[in-house]
Design a protein around this ligand. Sequence first.
Ligand code: RP5
Length: 163
Amino acid sequence: MKKVGIIMGSDSDLPVVSKAIDKLKEFGVPTEVHVYSAHRTPVEAKEFSESARRNGFGAIIAAAGKAAHLAGAIAANTTIPVIGIPVKSSTLDGLDALLSTVQMPSGIPVATVAIDGAENAALLAIQILSVEDSVLAKKLDDSRLENTKKVLEKNAKIEKEYN
Ligand code: RP5
């Protein structure tokens, strides 16, 4: 199975990023986790991105806060799908990171999830790998069914109480 690379701009992003790591583990997807910053360690971020395809990665998740150019900088150096997580780590409540991550100019896409949307980032990475992996596709289907069941149970409880 292809690996998912998880890059965060700072170890202070870990409380958010750990939710993506946990979700990928739950689905049995191999991961590699690094702290590489687009501005503090640009060489390492570039080297990782340039070698990602030959190192067996199928998707990369990049999480950063504030002037969050990490996902874009990684996407500049690979054609593997890059998923950006804007992290809420500033006085602007993550809006700065959201706009920095989502507003990529044409030619270098970054699939951006919600502010702190680590779980969806992991699910999207799994969905990307599932295009070529029927076992993962089945796990995704099962997980959706499980979620539907939970919501229907909640609905039944609310309906019983209020209708
Ligand atoms: C960004 O700046 C990081 O991704 C982090 O969200 C934010 C703050 O970093 P630290 O100052 O906590 O290392 O580059």
